[in-house]
Design a protein around this ligand. Structure first.
Ligand SMILES: Cc1cc2nc3c(=O)[nH]c(=O)nc-3n(C[C@H](O)[C@H](O)[C@H](O)COP(=O)(O)OP(=O)(O)OC[C@H]3O[C@@H](n4cnc5c(N)ncnc54)[C@H](O)[C@@H]3O)c2cc1C
Length: 278
């Protein structure tokens, strides 16, 4: 199938890109195109205009930085998954990001797809939205009324729906650093390596706090608090806070079993990292 007709612009500055989106509620930003182009080709999306941000300068950076008092890593909107995965800075500052990115699609898709694009695309089967939510990260967006920061827990408002406005461009995502003595773990089950996960889980252990985020379980990224739960009750305690969905990929019963198994595994990995360091 071919896409429905659309106009195309490739601005050279961020302000031109924002101006191009203004007054065009059906326009879409084009970043790596690895989610948007298939949607166009299948006619599941038919935007009037594509605003290609690949010509904007200064958006492909990956920086170790601080947000207020909080250290972390800031990933620009044109940083490709592959560059983020290969970054020693990211690995050192927040190891959960590369742990999860290694399971995002295949190398060819990671070479083109952007980490920020994945976060804004808001697919509950994707790894990066859950990682950002679990870590308490944020997204920096710019639109006609200036720049604002959206905390991850205000970002996901429904299936494939984020709170980024239609006239706003996400310029960066901020992942807080792993605190000393804390640990993370990540695992997912997919039919083939690189496929979207049937279920995935990410854990963050910080002192007494144990939190686990899930992908492909609900229609938005979901994080549960398992602090104080005994090791042999982790899976059931997670399930008590979730309602695994039924779809063509897996039944709710199968997903529930994967939640039980993966919760225990990722919490154990995170506890080991917290004890022994990276
Ligand atoms: C075969 C295949 C397998 C895949 N498997 C996985 C997987 O296992 N896990 C996974 O997480 N992903 C997977 N992906 C998707 C991939 O990670 C995409 O790269 C990613 O979801 C979107 O990034 P992108 O830069 O390609 O965004 P695009 O496709 O260009 O855009 C996606 C959406 O986000 C919006 N958008 C993008 N960037 C911005 C921005 N800066 N500001 C505002 N809006 C923006 C676009 O308007 C569009 O609505 C897969 C893709 C394919 C084709």
């Amino acid at each position: 199938m071919k896409p429905a007709p659309f106009d195309y612009r490739r601005p050279g500055t961020l302000s031109e890109a924002i101006a191009a989106l203004a007054g065009e509620p059906d326009a879409k930003v084009l970043a790596g195109g690895q989610s948007l182009v298939p949607l166009l080709s299948m006619r599941l999306a038919a935007p009037s205009l594509l605003v290609d941000i690949n010509g904007l300068p200064g958006l492909d950076t990956i920086e170790v930085t601080g947000e207020g008092d909080e250290p972390g890593v800031r990933v620009g909107a044109l940083a490709r998954h592959a560059a983020v995965l290969a970054s020693d800075d990211v690995r050192r500052v927040q190891p959960l990001v590369p742990l999860a990115l290694a399971d995002v699609a295949h190398a060819t898709i990671r070479n083109r797809g952007t980490t920020v694009g994945s976060i804004v695309h808001a697919d509950a089967a994707a790894e990066m939205p859950v990682v950002l939510t679990l870590l308490g990260g944020s997204v920096e967006v710019e639109g006609p009324s200036g720049r604002r920061t959206i905390p991850a827990d205000e970002l996901y408002v429904g299936p494939l729906e984020s709170s980024v406005g239609h006239d706003e461009i996400a310029v960066a995502a901020f992942f807080p650093a792993l605190r000393p003595g804390a640990g993370v773990g990540f695992e997912e089950i997919a039919r083939r390596h690189g496929d979207y996960a049937l279920v995935g889980a990410a854990a963050l252990v910080e002192g007494e706090s144990v939190r686990v985020g899930f992908l492909s379980v609900s229609d938005v990224p979901t994080v549960v608090d398992l602090s104080g739960v005994a090791d042999d009750e982790l899976g059931d305690a997670a399930l008590a806070q979730l309602e695994p969905m039924d779809d063509i990929h897996a039944t709710a019963a199968y997903r529930s079993q994967l939640v039980r198994v993966l919760t225990t595994r990722v919490v154990r990995s995170a506890q080991e990292m917290a004890r022994e360091g990276m």
